[in-house]
Write a protein that binds this ligand. Structure first.
Ligand SMILES: *Cc1c(COP(=O)(O)O)cnc(C)c1O
Length: 377
């Protein structure tokens, strides 16, 4: 008798998410002292001080289970965005909320997820993991979302569409007018998920958060994270605002303790720490200026980048990105190769303080020398 297959083809062919290399791993593998990590868009200032204080104070209560309803977290988000607490759901990072949205609203094996090319890898991974068919829409010029094409790609089988604004890994954004038109154009039965992980870094005048567009359609989920501008990636805290009916359905399959106690005390304190957010944005702007100036000096060697509204730059090289990535690792600088995104000549570099950006530029330039010397041999 033939053995029953272990997993379906959608799991068999699934390629898991590849995170940025941790500092400790580089130290362990290459014995490199004082490496820097510019690979996961983490906050160079560390965590929000108010959040740290709240977590420290809570430490001695960690023998208790977390609040399964995450009451304080939900209340803090509701107050922050001036919405009903019934419209808020919190997650183990916003990544869990993407998963929850697909698990809750996707009809496995029959629905389609519409996703842009060069968009956050998690959308396709979680959609495939849940056996949704993925329809990938090419980007418009300038590596921006082609929202018109995405709206056109939607048919009666489409259940969910993902928009990262601003987008990772391109750093580009969707202007308010275009996003509004899209939210109106997408048929009402489709769930639109707008991922605003980098919201706090945006400076473009014509940007507007989808939080302020929730009157345009019912089926809209807007996600935010504390992992970037609030410096709490390790704590795993994210949230979504959606209609109460959708939050109610997502809550039915939420794990009872999906938000740990540290996240539950850190989030309200962090949202209250807007001074830290402002400081993070200022450091980010400075980092961008330093990195862009340095990259501009490498322009005649074929280096370019995409203007960014986030805390990273997507940088195009004249050679294979992974080779430069490897050479930079040897110099203790971890960046992110983009081959997995179908961008083999690109590296994504997280922005940080001037000192780290300067070290990164030195490593990049000498690595480029090495790789180009090797290529011309
Ligand atoms: C970093 C990032 C997130 C955040 O993930 P968390 O699970 O909240 O840490 C979400 N979406 C995008 C596009 C990101 O780049």
């Amino acid at each position: 008798m033939k053995m029953k297959r272990l997993v379906g083809p959608h799991i068999e062919s699934l390629k898991p998410y590849v995170p940025g290399k941790p500092l400790e791993e580089l130290e362990r593998e290459l014995g490199i002292k004082n490496p820097i990590k510019l690979a996961s868009n983490e906050n160079p200032l560390g965590p929000s001080p108010k959040a740290m204080e709240a977590m420290q104070a809570f430490m001695k209560k960690n023998h208790f289970y977390p609040d399964g309803a995450a009451h304080n977290m939900i209340q803090a988000v509701a107050a922050f965005h001036d919405v009903d607490p019934a419209q808020v759901i919190t997650g183990n990072g916003s990544n869990e909320l993407l998963t929850m949205a697909v698990r809750t609203f996707g009809d496995y094996g029959s629905d389609v997820a519409v996703i842009s090319e060069y968009s956050f890898a998690a959308y396709a991974i979680v959609s495939q993991a849940h056996n949704l068919e993925i329809r990938r829409v090419p980007m418009a010029e300038g590596y921006t979302f082609d929202l018109e094409a995405m709206a056109e790609a939607i048919d009666e089988r489409t259940k969910i569409v993902f928009v990262a604004n601003p987008n990772n890994p391109t750093g580009t954004y969707v202007p308010a007018d275009a996003l509004r038109a899209f939210l109106k154009a997408v048929p009402e039965e489709v769930v639109v998920l707008v991922d605003e992980a980098y919201h706090d870094y945006v400076t473009a005048d014509d940007y507007q958060s989808a939080m302020e567009m929730r009157d345009l359609r019912e089926r809209l989920i807007v996600t935010r994270t504390l992992s970037k501008c609030y410096g709490l990636a390790g704590v795993r805290a994210g949230y979504a605002v959606a209609p109460a009916e959708m939050v109610n359905r997502m809550n039915r399959l939420r794990e009872p303790f999906n938000c740990n106690s540290m996240a539950q005390v850190a989030l309200p304190a962090a949202l209250d720490d807007q001074e830290f957010v402002a400081r993070s944005v200022a450091v980010n702007e400075e980092g961008r200026r330093v990195l862009e100036e340095g990259l501009a000096r490498l322009a005649d060697r074929g280096v370019s980048w995409i203007p960014s509204q986030t805390n990273f730059l997507l940088v195009c090289l004249p050679v294979e990105g992974v080779k430069v990535y490897d050479a930079m690792l040897q110099k203790g600088v971890i960046v992110r190769p983009m081959g997995g995104y179908g961008l083999p000549k690109w590296l994504r570099i997280s922005l940080a303080d001037k000192e780290k950006m300067t070290r990164c530029l030195q490593a990049l330039e000498s690595s480029l020398d090495e790789v180009q010397a090797e290529v011309t041999l």
